[in-house]
Design a protein around this ligand. Structure first.
Ligand code: BTN
Length: 244
């Protein structure tokens, strides 16, 4: 797998779009730092050196569901990578694809789709807090070093990215050959607080209910107190035990 190493970029996701025209797919970019790291919903992703900032670029071969399914593939790959460095039971995935370490956010994924010359691409941007984390984030954050076995994390971002790419490729192969069902099953084994109470915060409405799982499109299934089922395809969700 080709990995392009950069010292400083605005955002690996933004830079991936520029390289799309000249690079063979798939490829990954790893930057030491980002000056304009982006999070979901136009939030900033603080990107000082020491943490991992990368983007993988893959063709979208089917429809856009393929792209959103890859965000679940990526979340499992990140979770399984981090589980190599800390006690695995501390790692959970909070719907749809935030990775929590001991209940706090350690990694986020920003998936962007893009068209170029009539072909569709997905850019999978992944940030992992290795050595530091923001202190005033929307969701309480942590970093890998705080919990690493023996409190030592001597793996560089590029070594961690190699592990991550291997896991992503293996899971992507499963997804390509067997579909979303085995990915969904693996995601359910790693997910945070499902079944559990959840507050859903959409752009247009807020409500609470019981999260029961994800459906075959990756939408979060929430049962309201009157028994109605809602499926949530995008939005911020806060689970009952979240400290926010
Ligand atoms: C989130 O809001 O949780 C998603 C954060 C994604 C951050 C990563 S860092 C590498 C890539 N480049 C960016 O600008 N953002 C993503």
């Amino acid at each position: 797998m080709k990995v392009i190493l950069l010292e400083s970029v605005d955002s690996t996701n933004a830079h991936a779009k520029i390289l799309l025209a000249s690079e063979q797919l798939p490829f990954w970019i790893l930057a030491e730092r980002q000056s304009k790291g982006r999070g979901r919903y136009q939030r900033k992703w603080i990107s000082n050196s020491g943490n991992l900032f990368c983007s993988g670029v893959y063709p979208i071969v089917h429809d856009l569901t393929h792209a959103s399914n890859l965000s679940f593939v990526a979340a499992i790959a990140v979770a399984e990578t981090l589980a190599e460095f800390v006690s695995p039971e501390l790692i959970k995935i909070k719907w749809p694809n935030d990775i929590l370490l001991n209940g706090k956010k350690v990694s986020g994924i920003l998936l962007e789709t893009f068209s170029h010359k009539n072909n569709n691409f997905v850019i999978i941007g992944i940030g992992i807090n290795l050595l530091h984390h923001p202190k005033d984030s929307l969701y309480p954050a942590t970093n890998l070093l705080e919990h690493a076995n023996n409190n030592s994390l001597d793996q560089s971002p590029s070594i961690i990215l190699d592990v991550l790419i291997d896991k992503f490729e293996a899971l992507n192969e499963t997804y390509t050959t067997k579909g979303f069902a085995p990915i969904r099953e693996r995601w359910h084994r790693l997910c945070y607080n499902i079944p559990g109470e959840v507050d859903v915060n959409l752009l247009t409405e807020k409500f609470s209910g019981m999260a029961t799982g994800i459906d075959l499109n990756g939408s979060l299934l929430v049962r309201l107190s009157n028994g109605t089922m809602r499926n949530i395809s995008a939005g911020d969700v806060f689970f009952g035990s979240d400290n926010v």
